[in-house]
Design a protein around this ligand. Structure first.
Ligand code: FES
Length: 136
C-alpha cells in the first residue's frame, strides 16, 4: 500500500512540475536559416499603396507596393524593440503599434523611437510570383 501511494505521489509531482520546467527552460531549437521565400500571394493581390505581412523563415516580413507599382520587402521586426510592424492604409506607411514608430515605403524610420531603417530584402518578380531574398 505504501508503494502504491508513494508512486502516485511521485507521479503527481512529475505531472505538475514537468510542464513548468519545460515552460521555463524550453528546448533549444536551431534558428531556421531561410534566405529566399516565394510569397504566398501573387503581385495581383498586392495593390498599389498596400502592404502585407509574410513569413520569412521563422520571422515576419512585410511586402509593400508603392503607388508607382514597385514591390519592396523588409523585415517586419521593428528596429526599436522588435515588435512586428504593419502596413497602415490610412497613413500609407509602415507603422509599429508598440510605440507609434513609423517607416516610409523605403523602410526608412521617419517618426517615433526606431533608431534605424527596417532591414531590406531583395525582391524579384517571376510572372505573378514575388520572390524575396535576404541580401548576401
Ligand atoms: S518597438 Fe516599434 S516603436 Fe517601439
Amino acid at each position: 500500500m505504501d508503494w502504491v501511494l508513494g508512486s502516485s505521489l511521485v507521479g503527481f509531482v512529475v505531472a505538475v512540475f514537468y510542464p513548468v520546467v519545460r515552460y521555463i527552460f524550453p528546448p533549444a531549437s536551431a534558428e531556421s536559416v531561410v534566405n529566399t521565400v516565394t510569397l504566398p500571394f501573387p503581385v495581383s493581390e498586392l495593390p498599389s499603396g498596400s502592404g502585407r505581412i509574410f513569413r520569412f523563415g521563422d520571422r515576419p516580413g512585410i511586402a509593400v507596393r508603392t503607388a508607382s507599382g514597385e514591390v519592396r520587402a523588409f523585415s517586419a521586426r521593428c528596429t526599436h524593440l522588435d515588435c512586428t510592424v504593419q502596413f497602415r492604409d490610412d497613413l500609407g506607411l509602415i507603422w509599429c503599434a508598440c510605440h507609434n514608430g513609423q517607416f516610409d515605403l523605403s523602410g526608412r524610420n521617419i517618426a517615433g523611437p526606431p533608431p534605424r531603417p527596417l532591414d531590406a530584402y531583395d525582391v524579384r518578380l517571376r510572372g505573378d510570383q514575388i520572390i524575396v531574398t535576404r541580401p548576401s
